[in-house]
Ligand binder design. Structure first.
Ligand code: GLP
Length: 243
C-alpha cells in the first residue's frame, strides 16, 4: 500500500488526478471505476483541466460508478448520475453512452444489480477504481457489517451515512434509505485502487482503515489485502498516521 500525505486538499486533488491522467494517457481505452462525494470534486476539476489542455482524452474511456441512491432517477439533482455529469462528464470529451452508474430508478433491485455486475465483467473489469472513505469506513455504500458483501447489491443505509449525506438534501427526510453499490468483491477485482480522503474528520478512519485490523466492521480495511493500492490524503486526514 502506497500512502501519500499532501500539504492540502488542492495538492491531494492534483496528485490523485495525476494517477488517473497517467493511466488514461498510457491506456486510452481504460475502464475507470469512479466515486462521488465531496472528496473527489477537486480531482475531477483537475481532470477537466487536463482534458481542456489536450493532455488527455476520455473519448475511448469507459466508466463505472460505485453506487447510486435507490429511487432517484438520473436527472434528480442529488442522484450520483447527476453529480457525475455535473462534475466531470459534461466537461470532458467522454461518450456518455460509455458512462455507467447503477440505475437508481430500476424497480427490480436484483435485476439492476445483476445487470451492473455483468456489464463490468463484459467491459473486461475495472483498471482503476477511485474510492472516497465514509466516516464509518464505508467504501461505495458498503456499510460496516458482519461479512464483506461480494457483488453489486442493494443496501439499507446506516443512520450515520444518512446523517452525513443529509447536508446535501433540503431535509433529512429526503435522503433515500437504500442504495445500490458495487460489492467489496467487485471493488477488490479492480486492478488498481486509488483512495482519497481529506479533512480532520477523516483522520481517525484513515488510521483505522489502513493500520487497524482487517474487518467488515471497517469495510475499507479490506484494501490492506489488495496488491495495488494508493492512498492520497491531505495533512489533516493524515494527521494521526505514524509514517
Ligand atoms: C458517500 C458515498 C461514498 C463516498 C463517501 C464519502 O456516502 N457513497 O462513495 O466516498 O460518502 O463522502 P465525502 O467524500 O463527501 O466525505
Amino acid at each position: 500500500m502506497n500512502i501519500i500525505v499532501t500539504d492540502d486538499y488542492e495538492k491531494m486533488s492534483r496528485a490523485a488526478a495525476d494517477v488517473i491522467s497517467t493511466l488514461v494517457s498510457e491506456k486510452p481505452d481504460c475502464v475507470l471505476g469512479l466515486a462521488t462525494g465531496s472528496t473527489p470534486i477537486g480531482l475531477y476539476a483537475e481532470l477537466v483541466k487536463d482534458c481542456a489542455a489536450g493532455k488527455i482524452s476520455f473519448a475511448d474511456v469507459d466508466t463505472y460508478n460505485l453506487d447510486e441512491y435507490r429511487g432517484l432517477p438520473g436527472d434528480h439533482v442529488q442522484s450520483y448520475r447527476y453529480f457525475m455529469n455535473d462534475n466531470l462528464f459534461d466537461h470532458v470529451d467522454i461518450d456518455k453512452a460509455r458512462t455507467h452508474v447503477p440505475d437508481g430508478a430500476c424497480a427490480d433491485a436484483e435485476a439492476a444489480c445483476t445487470a451492473y455486475e455483468e456489464a463490468i465483467d463484459a467491459a473486461g473489469g475495472v483498471d482503476l477504481q477511485l474510492l472516497g472513505l465514509g466516516h464509518n469506513g464505508h467504501i461505495g455504500f458498503n456499510e460496516p457489517c458482519e461479512e464483506f458483501p461480494k457483488t453489486t447489491h442493494c443496501v439499507q443505509l446506516t443512520e450515520s451515512t444518512i446523517n452525513a449525506n443529509s447536508r446535501l438534501f433540503d431535509s433529512i427526510d429526503e435522503v433515500p434509505r437504500e442504495a445500490y453499490t458495487m460489492g467489496i468483491g467487485t471493488i477488490m477485482k479492480a486492478r488498481e485502487i486509488l483512495v482519497v480522503a481529506n479533512g480532520e474528520g477523516k483522520a481517525d478512519i484513515v488510521k483505522r482503515a489502513f493500520f487497524g485490523p482487517v474487518t467488515p466492521e471497517v469495510p475499507a480495511s479490506v484494501l490492506q489485502f489488495h496488491p495495488n493500492v494508493t492512498v492520497i490524503v491531505d495533512a489533516e486526514a493524515g494527521s494521526k498516521l505514524d509514517l
